[in-house]
Design a protein around this ligand. Structure first.
Ligand SMILES: Cc1cc2nc3c(=O)[nH]c(=O)nc-3n(C[C@H](O)[C@H](O)[C@H](O)COP(=O)(O)OP(=O)(O)OC[C@H]3O[C@@H](n4cnc5c(N)ncnc54)[C@H](O)[C@@H]3O)c2cc1C
Length: 625
């Protein structure tokens, strides 16, 4: 029995996780009539794993998402319980914001926004089929047989497709936290010719805080000087009392318990088939792969203000329950641990993302987009970033506008998506600063200056915010200009100032900018000898400092970007027949035909396509035009 829902919508979002939420909000805010499905309303913006947002490179993604008009940054500013800027002892390119979240608050705040967004409907229901005509989306079908007609679909099914949770030799076909899995969509996608992968990830146990001896651990405090994730918030807007996290370590006894029971680990017994994230290994993986290490860090993180559950970061596992008790209780401070939830691994179906265009639309099915863990990535932030782009591009497609494709020189989001749709990944993909070749330009502190204009052009950033951005930009440029053109001479008070700040005395006059460039000095420090300066916002001062201090490196990276852009702008015709490109190597022909890159730049990043192949292609294209 099936019935047609007589209501036709513009976009259907399949999934209310971190990707689905951003996609749905982007579509609705771009005036698309949008309906978002989820297997369970209790999985809306659920954080089934680590209770934090951000961290190295992930913080960059969240700030970029916020600069474009996404929601995650604002949401974590409401629901955070500890905030910390990581890597401050290193250069600004790797400074990364991370905030501990109250998981319930995070979900509640996101639901409040979703349930009060015009054009957006939330619906609990499992999507079991994707409907198409001539390889073009027409609608979706629910488990209850209802059909929803639509012009575009965004798949953001996360870790739910044919999900299986494993703990030792026990497994259950459920989604995270015991929520029901989605067991029909995989087959429907295979019928459409979509290639599926089986991936896996894992989570640690949750332990009752009353059973933990914190006196044996190092307390980890949040920062006093707050930096909001959202550029719409000032530090004073989000100030609140923060909670602590705690640091302890595994030890030889822990490692022995794991080694003695490794044969019972589903990872090593073959009970787990899915491929796990290399850069987020389970504790048993760490003990096996890094056997020389005598201890591993364990971060004890509160799951929220509302509960005594503590997240045991660094010890995700799928070892049997009895081993888990021994393993956790061998750690300093956890000797009397009461486990509230077992650690477990989860296997789920996702796609080979090489089937997607850089717009996150499927090459084979027009109007079908996808985002998040379903695309082979791992992490709330990676999911949310893709969700925003997929949502924007579904709306762009319906309104006949060009898709938003951010390239590797514009944003970490550009690096993330380009890596997924160009470079084969056979394990969950996690973002890292080392993946971004232009990371000195892609800092978390300047995401608004890089992307907010684009967000405004698209229609997700309103005029008020846009004008504020222009004012900030103007203030930064004017101040840098002033510092470059304000000179001080070798007068006695300047020499005194130099002596006091342990920097070389002046031999001749120099600009204030040159002084700021000195490692011992900064914009703040030279205020003493800079009489004409005006009161500026801290985020303007931050930009002035960084742009002056790293001027040389920034200029060098910008010239590298110019080279990169030249290759990116060399477009490859969609209908090219690589069989006709005579002296291309067979492997290159196969890879180029399968991936169909949009530019020479993208082609050059495909594994198996050599620089020689690129030269052959360039000659071929130049002869064609
Ligand atoms: C046990 C576990 C451990 C993890 N460990 C880590 C880790 O260590 N590091 C890390 O970075 N990330 C980890 N993650 C991943 C992290 O949770 C995800 O990256 C993130 O939640 C992905 O967001 P998403 O929006 O893609 O999908 P999800 O948050 O999984 O949301 C998917 C949504 O889709 C809905 N859905 C699915 N199928 C259907 C359907 N057919 N019809 C209707 N609705 C559907 C679900 O109800 C849900 O709302 C872990 C996840 C789990 C479950």
């Amino acid at each position: 029995m099936s019935s047609t829902e007589n209501e036709c919508v513009d976009v259907v979002i399949v999934g209310a996780g971190h990707a689905g939420c951003e996609a749905a909000l982007a579509c609705a805010r771009l005036n698309m009539k949008t309906i978002m499905f989820t297997v369970s309303m209790d999985s809306v913006a659920l954080m089934p794993c680590n209770p934090n947002v951000g961290g190295t490179s992930k913080g960059h993604l969240v700030r970029e998402l916020d600069a474009l008009g996404g929601e995650m940054g604002k949401n974590i500013d409401k629901a955070y319980i500890q905030s910390k800027m990581l890597n401050v002892s290193k250069g600004p390119a790797v400074h990364s914001l991370r905030a501990q979240a109250d998981k319930q608050d995070y979900t509640r705040e996101m639901r409040k926004v979703l349930e009060n967004t015009y054009n957006l409907t939330l619906r609990q229901g499992e999507i079991v089929d994707i409907l198409t005509e001539n390889n073009k989306i027409t609608g979706v079908k629910t488990y209850t047989g209802t059909i929803y007609n639509c012009k575009a679909v965004v798949l953001a099914t996360g870790t739910y497709l044919k999900a299986r949770c494993i703990c030792g030799d026990v497994s259950k076909n459920t989604g995270p936290n015991g929520l029901s899995a989605a067991n029909y969509l995989t087959d429907a996608l295979k019928r459409l010719g979509i290639e599926m992968y089986r991936f896996k990830t894992g989570t640690p146990a949750r332990i009752d805080k009353r059973s933990i001896d914190f006196s044996k651990m190092e307390e980890q405090f949040g920062d006093e000087k707050l930096v909001p994730f959202s550029f719409t918030n000032k530090p004073e807007d989000i100030a609140k009392e923060q909670v602590s996290c705690w640091l302890t370590y595994t030890n030889e006894e822990t490692h022995k318990i794991i080694r003695d029971n490794i044969h019972r680990s589903p990872l090593y017994s073959g009970n787990i088939k899915g491929v796990g994230p290399r850069y987020c290994p389970s504790i048993e993986d760490k003990v096996v792969r890094f056997a020389d290490k005598d201890r591993h860090q364990v971060f004890i993180e509160p799951e929220g203000n509302y509960t005594n559950e503590m997240y045991i970061g660094g010890m995700s596992s799928s070892l049997p329950e009895d081993v888990q008790f021994k393993m956790y209780r061998s750690v300093a401070g956890l000797e009397n641990a009461k486990i509230v939830r077992n650690a477990y691994a989860i296997e789920y179906d996702c796609i080979n993302a090489l089937q997607l265009k850089p717009s996150l639309e499927f090459k084979k099915i027009e109007g079908l987009f996808s985002a998040g863990q379903f695309n082979g990535s791992s992490g709330y932030e990676e999911a949310a970033a893709q969700g925003l782009i997929a949502g924007i591009n579904a709306a762009m497609k319906i309104s006949g506008r060009e898709p938003l494709i951010l390239d590797r020189s514009q944003a970490y989001i550009g690096v993330l998506i380009d890596d997924l749709v160009t470079k084969e990944t056979h394990e969950p993909y996690r973002m890292m600063t080392s993946r971004a070749e232009y990371r000195l330009l892609l800092r978390q502190d300047n995401a608004d200056l890089r992307l907010t204009k684009i967000g405004h052009e698209i229609g997700l950033i309103d005029d008020e915010r846009y004008n504020k951005l222009l004012e900030k930009e103007k203030a930064i440029n004017e101040e840098i200009e002033r510092l470059n053109n304000t000179f001080v001479g070798a007068s006695s008070n300047i020499q005194e100032f130099c002596k006091k700040n342990n920097t070389t005395e002046l031999k001749k006059s120099c600009s204030l900018a040159e002084l700021i460039r000195r490692p011992e000095l900064s914009y703040e420090l030279i205020s003493e000898i800079d009489k004409d300066r005006k009161e500026l916002d801290s985020d303007v001062i931050e930009q002035v400092n960084i742009n002056i201090k790293y001027d040389g490196y920034i200029k060098r990276q910008m010239s590298q970007v110019e080279q990169y852009k030249k290759m990116e702008n060399k477009k490859i015709p969609e209908d090219i027949d690589y069989e006709k490109v005579g002296s291309l190597r067979l492997e290159a022909k196969q890879k180029l035909t399968a991936i169909r890159p949009q530019s020479i730049g993208q082609a050059s990043r495909i594994s198996g396509v050599s620089p020689a192949d690129i030269s052959v292609l360039l000659v071929y294209l130049s002869m064609k035009h």
